[in-house]
Each structure stands twice: as structure tokens, then as C-alpha cells.
Design a protein around this ligand. Sequence first.
Ligand SMILES: [Zn+2]
Length: 484
Amino acid sequence: MRVQGKGTMRGISWVVVWAGICVPGWLEAGQPGPTEPLSVGFAQTDITPDCASDRPVYLAGYLPGRRATGVHDPLAARGVVLHHGGRKLAFVSVDLIGLQLETVDRIRKQLQDYDQVTVASTHNHSGPDVIGIWGKSFFKRGVDDAYLKRVRDAVVACVRKAETTLQKVRGRFGTADDARLVHDSRLPVVVDPRIRVLEFTGIENGRRAGLLVQWNCHPESLESKNRQVTADFPAVVVETLQKQYGCPVVYFSGAIGGLMAPPHTLVEDGRTLHRGTWEFRRTYGRLVAQLASKAVDKARPLSLTPFRCANERLYVPVRNPWYRAARVTGVVRRKSYAWTGDPRERGSQMKFLHATRIGAIETEVGYWQLGELGLAMIPGELYPELLEGKIDQPEGADLPDAPLEPAVAQLLPTRHWMLVGLANDEIGYLIPARQWDRQPPYAYGRRRSQYGEINSCGPDSARLVLESLRRCTGKVAEAVAAAQ
Ligand SMILES: [Zn+2]
């Protein structure tokens, strides 16, 4: 999430969500016959807000008060269902800044026949506020509850519609890298330059059935001056690939924290295009689509069954005073629980914020192992440093002795994987603790703190989330061992 102002105001932040308890839940899906093929279905539903009515639509991202003036292009929920051996998984990506866990739980109540449902947000900065902090002012909640209900219904409808298109498929997975397409505005410069594409092909007709595309960049090509509803560059990626391959495409965001954004300029046909223009958006989207097609060209077959999935509810302490303020003012409505010191133990629900007691929010981490492919479900904006353990330990950072977080790539047992950022929740930035830098002297010889911490629950949230991922992968490994 980025809340940004001008100059020194940039980053006045807040956010999100509150407090937690801990109820681990784990689910093993399926031991069907080895020869039974996987079935998938794709669908898309509309979640464009109505800007013509009297109700104002406030755009999420940057500073509050960005009232939408109209719709440039529609917002969508795009999803895929995967069925195998009586087990059913649903994955839906929405063109929004970050749906909260409570909303996803309400969606799941309508999809109880599914073993797993993940709803991820692309982190679009030109869609309606669905968290609360981008209303008319810092003190006005920006969420239209009727719109949120429409989103819930549209996600459910997307899954039901996808079921009507089920076909037997085989899968291929490919990747391609281009670091020039991601700009990191925070030191150290560490990006995830890899696009990851999962391709499904119909067994009976040999045609492409759909693509899942993971790319790692804030949908911020239009910057904060934009006042029109748009799905930003991901819609261009989807449209370009749909035309090229004649199949549905589901786009989602990976590790975008710390802070992954499009480059400031692009050069096309000798002309320099600047971020903040529609032309830049179109060109950037096409370049990402081109990278995705390189990944398709390089894709290799892999088995996607059986399904083994685990998720865990956990409690993350909210140490960020801005987040607390957002709760006090009522712009964010999220339950807060007393922090117990154990992320798996829910404290008592806190009705009022305490000066001396830290509240925690409930969130969720998940891991799906589809045959040879792993999918990590991360409830926020992970710093890419945490993918491969490229954590910097600069002099001047606040917590040089903080425990190191486990790296995603080491936690995941499969060689091939995808990372779903903002999966089922948005709890802000997940920052390596040893890069936490709020107090002077500042790292890298800077005069001021870098942007980031102000939009994070705290320096321990990344570790708590990744340790939870470790428990999820451990559960899956146990189930795999038990099945052998
Ligand atoms: Zn962000």
C-alpha cells in the first residue's frame, strides 16, 4: 500500500487492519487416482463502481480525498477454479487495493462447497477504497458498504461462472526475467524481476484454456493525479495476452513491497514516455505482456495434482500508531485483540484502544501445493528481499540484532512456485526487521527515514507471516509423507 503526499508528506500513512487471534486450520485436499486429469474453469465478472450516482467514489491509494470523476476502463474480478478428485479450489484476483480478511471470509461463506478459496487483490491504486483510509479526509471512512457487497457477490458469481466452463487440462509453467521493468524506490535495491506464468491446455481440444500470470509491481503507472477509475496496467497485460492466446487470463501481484513500481520513463520508438500518462500505462502493460509471452514460450509441462493445502490464522501485533489512529477515528473497522506474544493465540477482544496494551489483528497465511507447483498466499506486501533471503543489514538501521526471517524460496519445497501477494488480506508492508529504520542515525547515510515503515504493522510482522508459512509448508510435507 502506498499512501503518498508531496515532498515530506509522502508516506503519511496508515492503514489497514487490526488485531488478532490465532486459530490454525489445515486442510488436505484429495487423494484421487493418479491418472484422473485436472479440470479448470475460468471466468470474469464486473466490479466497476458507479461514478454517475450521487454517492461519491473515493479512489484508494496516495492521499485521501481523491474523488473519482469517471470510469476510464472497467474493474474486474477474474478467477479460476481447479477441480480434482472431488476436491475444489477457487482463486480470484480483483482490481482493488486490498480486500480485508473479513470480506474474504464473507465470500467464503457463500462458497462452502470449496476446500480452499483465495481472493487476492492486484493492489490497484485507481479503484474504490475498500479499506477506509482514503475517504473525503483523513477522518472520513472512504468505503461504500453497498459497493463492498457488490464485490463479494461478484467474486462468488465469478467462481460459479467459472464452474460452467470446466474442462480437463494439462499444465505448463514458465518464467522470464526483466529487471528493467521494475523500479525500486527504497534502498537496498532488490527486486523480483521474474514473471511467472501457469498455462493450462485442454486435453480434448488442444487449445489454451487459460493463463495465470504473476508479476511484481505496484499498479501505479498513472500516479496520484489520476481521478478516473481504471484497472491500471494489469488490464492491458490481460487484454494483450487474451488477444494473443485467445484464452482467459488471471493476473495477480507477487512481492511488491519495498517499493516495486513501474520505471519513471519508458522509451518507445525513440520517444520517452513518462509515468503518469495513459500512453505510459498502455506501453508498460504491453511490455509486461511481452515478458509473459516469453515465459509461455519457455514453459515446460508439470504435474498439478494432487492438491495439498494448508492455511493458518495468526495474530500480528499492530505497533504502528497511524494504524491505531485510523481505528480510533473509525475509518478502519477491524477487530483488535490483545497481543499475547504468541501469534497463534488470540487475546481478548479489545473494545477500546489502550495506551499500554498492544492490539493485534487476525490475518491468514496459506500454502497450496498443486502437484509440482507451490503457491504461497501472503496477506500483504512482501519485500522482495525476503524471497531469496537477500536481506541487507545496513549500519544505522534500528534493529541489527533482530532475528532473521526465513526466506520464501527456502520454505517452499517445490522447485517451481508462485507468490500471491495481498492474498485474502492486506496488512501492509512486510519489511525485513534488520532493514527497519525509523530512528536516526539513518542507514545508507540518509538524512531522513525511507518510506515504508509507516505502512507496516511493525518490524516483526514479516517474521510472523513467514514463520506461519513455514508451519503451512510443514503441514503439507507431513500430509505428503503420510500419503506415501
Ligand atoms: Zn503498496
